[in-house]
Design a binder for this molecule. Structure first.
Ligand code: ACO
Length: 388
C-alpha cells in the first residue's frame, strides 16, 4: 500500500476547476454579462426565440430561415407523446412531484426511441431533440391529469412556448404571455458548467445514451440550491404576502442564518443579467394580470435584502423573479423546476456533444482518510459498531 506522497489539494465543490475548453457560454460574473455562443443574453432575449436559441446552442451558429424551419418542424413532429408514455404518466400517483414524473418519463422515452443508440453525434442530437420536444407535453399531461383533466395534444404550427401554455391550460395563450414564456425559456437555456450540466457531462463521458445523460441532468437540477430555488423564492414571496412584511422577513431570516432564495450565485458576484430581464417581464405581467401586490412584495424583499447584504457579493439571481413570471402565467409552483429543465435541455445537449467531440472519461479522486487493515470480526462476535 503506497502512502500519498505529495500534498493533495481538495477542490470541494470543484470551485474554479475547469473540466474542458468550451465555445458555448461565457459568464462574466464581475461585469454581469452572459453570452451564448458569443451573443449577449440581452440581444437573444430581445430578438430571438427559444427555438432559435436552442439551435444556436446545439449547432453553434444562428440558423438561416430554412434551417430554423426544419428545426421547428422536427420539434413539431416529435412533440406528441407515445401512448405508452402517456399511460406511464397516468399510472404515477397524482401527488408525485412533477420532477419525479419528468425524470421517469424522460428515462422511459429511451425504450420507445426507434433509432438505435450510436456514437454518431447527429444521432445523439436527434435523440436530444426528441426529448426537448416532448418535455412540455410530459409536464402539461401530468399537470392536467393531477387536476382531473385529460391531456391534450399540441395545437400544431405554434412555438414551443405557445404549445406548452396551450397544452397546460387548454386555451390558446395570448401573445404577451407567450412572449414572456419564450423569453424565460431563452434565459434558462444555458449557463456554463453548473451542477446539472456537469452531471450531464459526467454521464456523457461514459459514452452513455442521451436519455441517461438528460435524466442525470433532471435529477441534479431538482435540488433547492440549483433548479429548485425558483420555487422556493416564489413560496417566500407568497408567504411574506405584502411589501410591509418584507423587512421583518429578511431581518429574521438573516439573523437565523437562513438563505434568501433568489439571492447569491457561485459565479455572479454582482447582478445576474437574467434577473434584470425577468424583473421587467414580471412587473409588466403583474400590471397586465392585476396582481401587483405579489410583484411589489418581491421588490420589497429584494430591496430589503440588498440593504442588509450590502458589501457582500450576494445579489439577486435569475430565480428572484422567474417564479413570479411563471406564477403570473398561471403555472403551479411545483412546475417551475420542470420548466427550467424544459429549457436547459438545450444547454445540456450542447455541452454533452461538445465534450464528446474529444471525450475523456471523467474520473476524479477522493482522498482516503479512513483506517486500513482492520481485523475482520465475524458477525456472531460483533457487539455494537465494528469499524467505520
Ligand atoms: N442569502 C443569505 N446568505 C447567503 C445567500 C443567500 N441567498 N447565499 C449565500 N449566502 C452567504 C452564506 O450563508 C455564506 O455566509 P457565511 O460565509 O457567513 O457562512 C456566504 O454567503 C457564502 O455562501 P456559499 O454557499 O459559500 O456561496 P456560494 O457561492 O457557494 O452559494 C448559492 C451559491 C448556493 C446559489 C447560494 O447563494 C444560495 O444558497 N442561494 C440561495 C439559493 C438560490 O437562489 N439558488 C439559485 C442559484 S441560481 C441557479 O441555480 C439557477
Amino acid at each position: 500500500m503506497s502512502a500519498i506522497k505529495e500534498p493533495v489539494v481538495i477542490h470541494k465543490g470543484l470551485d474554479n476547476v475547469y473540466v474542458k475548453e468550451s465555445r458555448i457560454c461565457f459568464i462574466d460574473g464581475e461585469a454581469s454579462k452572459l453570452f451564448y455562443r458569443g451573443f449577449s443574453i440581452e440581444d437573444l432575449a430581445n430578438n430571438s426565440t427559444y427555438e432559435e436559441t436552442a439551435y444556436l446552442l446545439i449547432h453553434g451558429w444562428l440558423p438561416t430561415a430554412s434551417q430554423l424551419d426544419q428545426f421547428t418542424s422536427t420539434l413539431e413532429s416529435y412533440r406528441p407523446l407515445e401512448p405508452e408514455i402517456l399511460e406511464l404518466i397516468r399510472s404515477l400517483p397524482t401527488q408525485s412531484d412533477p420532477m419525479d414524473v419528468l425524470r421517469t418519463a424522460v428515462s422511459a422515452l429511451g425504450s420507445y426511441d426507434p433509432q438505435p443508440m450510436t456514437d454518431d453525434l447527429s444521432v445523439r442530437i436527434d435523440k436530444s431533440l426528441r426529448i426537448l420536444a416532448k418535455i412540455p407535453t410530459i409536464i402539461a399531461a401530468f399537470d392536467r391529469l393531477r387536476n382531473q383533466r385529460q391531456p391534450i395534444p399540441p395545437m400544431g404550427h405554434q412555438s414551443h412556448a405557445a404549445e406548452f401554455l396551450y397544452m397546460l391550460t387548454g386555451k390558446e395563450p395570448d401573445a404577451k404571455d407567450v412572449h414572456a414564456m419564450d423569453v424565460a425559456l431563452i434565459l434558462h437555456a444555458e449557463h456554463e458548467m453548473n451542477a446539472s450540466t456537469f452531471a450531464c457531462t459526467v454521464t456523457a463521458s461514459t459514452l452513455a445514451d442521451m436519455y441517461s445523460i438528460m435524466t442525470s441532468g433532471i435529477g441534479t437540477l431538482r435540488g433547492p440550491l440549483h433548479g429548485g430555488a425558483n420555487e422556493a423564492a416564489l413560496r417566500t414571496v407568497l408567504e411574506v404576502g405584502a411589501p410591509d412584511r418584507a423587512e421583518k422577513y429578511v431581518v429574521d431570516a438573516l439573523a437565523q442564518k437562513k438563505r434568501i432564495m433568489g439571492f447569491g450565485h457561485r459565479v455572479y458576484k454582482t447582478w445576474d443579467p437574467r434577473y434584470l430581464i425577468l424583473k421587467k417581464f414580471a412587473g409588466e405581467l403583474a400590471v397586465k394580470k392585476g396582481q401587483t401586490q405579489l410583484f411589489d412584495t418581491a421588490v420589497a424583499i429584494e430591496n430589503s435584502a440588498r440593504r442588509h447584504l450590502e458589501g457582500t457579493p450576494i445579489f439577486p439571481n435569475v430565480d428572484s423573479y422567474s417564479g413570479i413570471v411563471f406564477h403570473l402565467l398561471g403555472i403551479q409552483t411545483d412546475l417551475f423546476t420542470p420548466i427550467f429543465a424544459m429549457s436547459r435541455i438545450a444547454g445540456w445537449t450542447a455541452h454533452a456533444i461538445e465534450y464528446l467531440e474529444s471525450n475523456r472519461l471523467i474520473r476524479p479522486k477522493a482522498l482516503y482518510v479512513g483506517p486500513v487493515g482492520l481485523p475482520y470480526t465475524p458477525i456472531a462476535l460483533r457487539s455494537g459498531k465494528v469499524g467505520g
